[in-house]
Design a binder for this molecule. Structure first.
Ligand code: ADP
Ligand code: MG
Length: 395
């Protein structure tokens, strides 16, 4: 059986023209421009961002596009091609957490967060279209927020630095949409570059591009969407965050990022049994990010493989955010010849990445699909992740 494939991405220019046409059909006339922001996969560095730690995400070629036209009457109109015909309309001055429900919380929250931060923003007509799969752990929510953020940045001449836009988008998701995410997704969507992974310091938002050359080594990075999202995800995420904060407090540290690896043993001995594995994951994961970035910078892309698999074991055994489907995808991919694999994203479902020799990609995909069928799981959806550029104007 062949696996389902996510819709691929077509080049920006036709995409942007299509967005502009859809905008015209909906609102009449032309948009002032079209902006796009990508989804992301995190190569390594999971559950580290809210511990002020490090991550190594890359942008996907799949993007969310916003065709936008400024309005000077203070009215915000929102429409998504994914959500039927309905247009959500609200005055920017009336935006407050709780005033907008459903998907429109993400774009409306971004405008609210800009206004809240004191930036002189007004209304706009927005038409939204996307090739980022939703709810697959590829951060369609950040893509949506960041596309709106860069559109508004241009429409209102704000010229804000990217890290500041990322904080705005994160605030939209935390305080307006009610999702307690860290900063990594928004930084990835806004700051990634083509052919590179982004080494991110989640405390300072300092970031640098690390060359991520797959083709030169005959490798591909598969993203295997398990298509499951276990409900316990939301509550568990908040509980894990709280556990990490409690552990840092007990250790007298501002955040777990401040625990050096050579003090890990003594810290683990001092912590309650339920907190020690969380701390072990965060500290060893930060070390894996440093190692992965060093290997990539040295051009040794295959060396990433064992780090991915070690990261998965840590998420499965210490952080305990994997699930039968992600474990099966990782084990099967590695058994079928992947150099390494791990769950990516928050966990309890979502996607797995696998670093695979290009010639083995079909057989790894086939092996995972067959294993899912044997286990009675839904067929996974597989895409090839190509390190792509971050958000910007496309039309
Ligand atoms: P992920 O970010 O991993 O895809 P989330 O649950 O964080 O999953 O975000 C998915 C939500 O974001 C959707 O349920 C929807 O509310 C919103 N969303 C994302 N992309 C779009 C889009 N193109 N149109 C409308 N809503 C979207
Ligand atoms: Mg999300």
């Amino acid at each position: 059986m062949s696996p389902d494939l996510h819709p691929g991405r077509v080049p920006d220019a036709p995409d942007a023209a299509r967005s502009a046409r859809a905008f015209g059909a909906l609102y009449g006339g032309l948009p002032d421009g079209v902006w796009a922001a990508p989804g992301r996969v995190n190569v390594i560095g999971e559950h580290t961002d809210y511990n002020d730690g490090f991550a190594l995400p890359m942008a996907l070629p799949q993007t969310t596009r916003v065709a936008a036209r400024r309005r000077d009457d203070g009215v915000l109109r929102l429409h998504s091609a994914r959500e039927g015909d309905r247009i959500t309309e609200i005055r920017v001055a009336d935006l407050a957490p709780g005033t907008v429900s459903g998907w429109a919380r993400y774009p409306a929250g971004t405008v609210w967060a800009l206004a809240e931060a004191g930036h002189p923003v007004g209304g706009a007509d927005l038409h939204i279209d996307s090739t980022v799969p939703t709810g697959a752990g590829l951060s369609s929510s950040a893509a949506l927020e960041c596309a709106v953020a860069v559109a508004y940045d241009d429409l209102y001449g704000l010229a804000l630095p990217r890290p500041e836009l990322a904080r705005i988008a994160q605030r939209a998701e935390n305080a307006f949409a009610g999702v307690p995410c860290g900063i990594m997704d928004q930084m990835a969507s806004l700051c990634c570059a083509e052919g590179a992974a982004l080494h991110l310091d989640s405390r300072t938002l300092e970031h640098r591009q690390v060359p991520f050359d797959l083709a030169a080594h005959g490798l591909v990075l598969l993203v295997i969407d398990t298509r499951v999202q276990h409900d316990l995800g939301d509550g568990a995420y908040a509980a894990l965050r709280a556990g990490c904060e409690r552990a840092a407090g007990l250790l007298g540290l501002p955040a777990l990022r401040d625990l050096p690896a050579d003090r890990l043993g003594e810290a683990l001995a001092a912590l309650p049994a339920e907190l020690a594995p969380l701390v072990r994951h965060v500290v060893t994961e930060d070390a894996r990010v440093a190692e992965a970035a060093a290997r990539l910078a040295a051009g040794d892309t295959p060396a990433l493989g064992p780090l991915l698999t070690a990261g998965h074991a840590s998420l499965r055994d210490d952080y305990r955010v994997s699930c039968p489907e992600t474990d099966l995808a990782v084990d099967t991919a590695v058994g079928a010849g992947a150099l390494g694999a791990r769950m990516t994203g928050g966990g309890f479902g979502g996607s797995v990445i696998a670093l695979v020799p290009a010639a083995l990609a079909p057989s790894v995909t086939g092996a995972v699909t067959a294993a899912f069928a044997r286990a009675g799981h839904h067929p996974p959806a597989v895409l090839t992740a190509v390190p792509s550029r971050g958000a910007g104007r496309v039309g």
